[in-house]
Design a protein around this ligand. Structure first.
Ligand SMILES: Cc1ncc(COP(=O)(O)O)c(C=O)c1O
Length: 378
């Protein structure tokens, strides 16, 4: 039987079980226990962010950011069409209308040259997505946002520890969101974080995350009882998950070293094939440090992309496409999305193929993926 190479596989770095056992021994497995605090401190210190709050997912961190911006029905939020549904759904849930913007053909990030003309009197914010953890053009985006007085939120689901011009992704917007889903570089199965760069938002963020109560202040001894003071929900993960995540975050250098090797193996071994087959490989501008989240090919056509998926599948290798254009989804069309609105997104979405990528992907398997691609001539 052909050995299968999955697209993703959750990887364990060694201390996950030990820390989970420790959380159990601590007798505190609900939210905000020892390991949640450790994850917060590690991320705050490494990134230099005033406040980090673990959440149950990146989706929930995005929902918190929409609540913190006080998004109301009729508000508009600019978002790339080439992203995951949660990037905008979190804002639509509060009544916002999405305004879809196209992407650049090189980094596949929001096209900042189109940003100004998407902003109108009802625009409250722009959500930027650092695709594959390669930074968006933050200098230009922040300048426009400042001039137009709109908020910048970074959906940094792919980009933890990536940098733009020497500065960590997630530190540019008033808020940023992370994902610790199984497919991400660092995981606890399902999880996320909200990074808060604007100190004025910190106190309310703690309240929203704790069901609308001031329980976080109570636990710090800043009040003698806690009560309902705002809207909110339950966005904090169990300390069991935080224990798992802490083991992964502690091993961040070893994880990133493995992922860098995988990314570079693909690039080195597919470079010539790609050039000969009119196929693009990921582009990383020299001023961006990427966190090696994914490796993709952009094939010359939809038909070739589909044929390559089938070719790889026949050899036991799973590759996947990424992001159907949101403006063409049934929900996107309800908001007025039409074919032709975001031509680069429509084109890239048809042609992009993600290759297997996980920490334990060894050279023998990498060689098999590369061999299979090199045998493909369309
Ligand atoms: C850009 C982006 N944002 C948000 C999410 C949602 O993350 P989560 O599954 O942690 O809610 C994803 C999921 O992969 C994503 O790719």
């Amino acid at each position: 039987m052909t050995l299968r190479i999955p697209f993703n596989r959750p990887c364990f770095e060694g201390k996950e079980q030990e820390y989970i056992a420790q959380a159990i021994a601590n007798g505190h497995i609900s939210g905000d226990g020892e390991f949640t605090r450790k994850c917060h401190a590690l991320l705050e210190q490494q990134l230099g962010v005033p406040k980090v709050l673990l959440t149950t997912s990146c989706t929930h961190a995005l929902e918190m950011s929409a609540l913190l911006l006080d998004i109301r029905p009729g508000d508009e939020v600019v978002v790339p069409s080439f992203t995951f549904v949660s990037t905008i759904n979190a804002f639509v849930l509060r009544g916002a209308k999405p305004v879809f913007i196209d992407i650049r053909a090189d980094t596949l990030n929001l096209d900042e040259t189109q940003l100004e003309r998407t902003i109108g009197p009802r625009t409250r914010g722009v959500v930027v997505v650092h695709y594959a953890g390669v930074g968006c053009e933050m200098d230009a985006i922040l300048k426009i946002a400042r001039q137009q007085n709109i908020a910048v939120i970074e959906d940094n689901a792919h980009g933890l520890f990536g940098k733009y011009k020497g500065r960590y992704l997630g530190t540019f917007g008033s808020m940023a969101t992370q994902s610790f889903h199984e497919t991400k570089n660092f995981t606890c199965g399902e999880g996320g974080a909200l990074l808060i760069n604007d100190p004025a938002l910190i106190e309310r963020a703690e309240i929203l995350r704790e069901k609308g109560t001031d329980r976080s202040r109570f636990f710090r001894g800043q009040t003698d009882k806690y009560t309902w003071i705002d809207v909110g929900s339950s966005y904090l993960p169990s300390d069991l998950l935080a224990a798992f995540l802490y083991a992964q975050l502690e091993a961040r250098e070893q994880i990133q070293t493995k992922r860098k090797r995988i990314w570079e193996y693909y690039r080195e071994h597919l470079h010539d094939w790609a050039a000969a087959h009119n196929t693009l490989l990921p582009f990383v501008p020299p001023y961006c440090e990427q966190p090696y989240h994914m490796f993709y090919l952009v094939l010359p056509s939809l038909q070739l992309r589909q044929t390559l998926i089938t070719h790889l599948k026949a050899r036991g290798i799973l590759s996947v496409f990424h992001y159907l254009p949101l403006h063409l989804s049934p929900m996107g069309q309800k908001f007025g999305g039409n074919r032709g609105d975001c031509p680069v997104t429509e084109d890239i979405s048809d042609r992009l193929l993600r290759l297997p990528f996980y920490n334990s992907l060894g050279e023998d398997h990498l060689a098999r993926v590369v061999d299979a691609i090199q045998q493909f001539h369309g």
